[in-house]
Design a protein around this ligand. Structure first.
Ligand code: 4AZ
Length: 469
């Protein structure tokens, strides 16, 4: 005996074989209860389990998972927004008069000792003003662009770089910077007297900042437009490491003979001029047979240029390696960027004491007589005095005043074949100078046989006479 809940269920034709529980509830509300008889096979089965199965069907499950993921994502986003501030770089061009300094002719020459020393003093002063000062987010650094004469003394044009939360506006930050500067000028003892009414500050975008810095040599920039810090590498070309980042050595070029590939390194000293070694052109001095490439790999190159002119030092002697210096002019200029940049030429008076840290870079072999490397490598080496380098057990008097030794007396770290013509650079407060050109040495990385480089300071006037730089 079975029971149903509605009169109409007594009508066999109207009776569904299967009834859902909600249908049963509806009819229960409308009709009084009355027993109904069913044959066994006509009994309306109530399918509770089917409803449960439907709730977890694949579409619902996917939607539920999606909702959980979305809620978690939004929560993390909100927390990150408030807890971790998203910083952005802000750049400004500042101009001001300094009244306690008289203008010197050499301030107009960027590579002059006078310009370098004065601009470093100004940049140090900017650090003192903005570092650790309240109200100013994070001061990154400053770069003097120009020192010009002024009736009151000198006029300074300088780029200032800060990092602030991205929610800040350039105008609001400008006010904070001005406030900090005025307060510092009042309370801090500074070596230079800034004429406050002459101070002007203009927000600039990263493109303008790069263009302004590109007017300066020897600056390395990361892809995020922040100047790269001084390299901390202590590794080698022979057994060394590949250069970590594009833009680490943006002046490095590869000189290649068409059909024969990489022959020598070279260094970009302007948009069109490369500095290299004279011995690189010993086999072939026809410019139409040469190309120069830029970037951290030989294949594929970042930029490729043909060579229009080769100038070899008139007094280059192959037997003694004396005056191993040459210039190559590109047929079309390269535009400077974060990854292609010119190095600074040192003033002829620049002196590096023994044991100064310098870097050599190149695509040369990592073992004597090994193959050219496709990826640029770098090595930190130290300058070695010519007195030591000329010792009987070292190079026995072969080192002339136009040469510079660098490496280690115990060997192990050195430039090698294929690095020839490439740069030996020196970092003076984040501005890089070419001090040597890879020239020669007895084998590679042997004890008491350091690398020998062309001493660039000796050829500063020769470079000017050929290029006007
Ligand atoms: C070369 O043959 C060469 N270890 C370059 C550098 C050195 C030796 C040889 C210095 O190009």
């Amino acid at each position: 005996m079975m029971y149903a809940t509605a009169d109409n269920l007594t009508n066999e034709r109207a009776l569904p074989k299967t009834l859902h529980c909600h249908q049963l509830n509806e009819v229960r509300l409308l009709q009084p209860l009355r027993p109904v008889e069913f044959a066994e096979d006509e009994y309306p089965r109530i399918e509770y389990h089917r409803r449960q199965q439907q709730f977890w069907d694949p579409i619902r499950l996917a939607l539920f998972t999606l909702a959980i993921v979305a809620i978690t994502g939004i929560t993390i986003g909100i927390v990150t927004h408030f807890v971790v501030e998203d910083d952005k770089s802000f750049y400004y061009l500042a101009s001001f008069q300094v009244t306690n300094i008289k203008y010197k002719e050499n301030y107009g020459i960027r590579s002059s000792r006078e310009f370098i020393e004065r601009s470093h003093q100004i940049e140090r002063m900017m650090s003192r003003i903005f570092r650790r000062s309240s109200g100013v987010g994070r001061f990154i650094k400053s770069h003097v662009i120009k020192i010009s004469p002024d009736e009151q003394g000198i006029n300074i044009l300088i780029v200032l770089m800060f990092r602030y939360p991205s929610t800040d506006s350039a105008e609001r930050i400008k006010k904070k910077i001005e406030r900090t500067l005025y307060q510092s000028l009042k309370i801090k003892q500074l070596p230079l007297t800034i004429n406050i009414p002459s101070f002007s500050l203009t927000p600039i975008d990263s493109k303008k900042m790069r263009n302004l810095l590109n007017s300066r040599c020897g600056i390395r920039m990361s892809s995020s437009n922040i100047p790269l810090p001084a390299s901390s590498s202590t590794e080698r070309i022979v057994q060394g490491r590949e250069t970590a980042m594009e833009g680490e050595w943006p002046w490095q070029a590869s000189l290649q003979l068409i059909g024969a590939g990489h022959q020598c390194g070279a260094t970009l000293i302007s948009n069109t001029w490369l500095l290299t070694a004279a011995h690189c052109f010993w086999k072939n001095r026809d410019p139409s047979k040469w190309i120069a490439t830029f970037g951290t790999t030989i294949t594929p190159p970042l930029i490729k240029r043909s060579v229009g002119k080769i100038i070899i030092h008139e007094e280059y002697h192959r037997d003694s390696n004396e005056n191993d210096i040459a210039l190559a002019q590109l047929t079309t200029r390269v535009e400077f960027s974060n990854v292609v940049q010119r190095v600074c030429l040192p003033d002829s008076s620049m002196k590096l004491p023994p044991k100064t840290s310098v870097f050599v870079t190149g695509f040369g072999s990592i073992v004597d007589d090994g193959p050219t490397q496709n990826k640029l490598r770098q090595a930190r080496v130290e300058t070695i005095g010519s007195d030591v380098c000329n010792r009987k057990d070292v190079y026995d008097g072969l080192i002339t005043p136009g040469m510079l030794c660098a490496g280690f007396m115990e060997g192990k770290i050195d430039a090698c074949k294929g690095d020839s013509g490439g740069p030996l650079v020196y970092d003076n407060r984040d501005i890089w100078y070419i001090v040597g050109i890879v020239s020669w040495g007895q084998s590679c990385a042997l004890p008491n046989k350091p690398g020998v480089y062309t001493r660039v300071t000796k050829y500063r006037d020769w470079i000017t006479s050929k290029t006007g730089l």
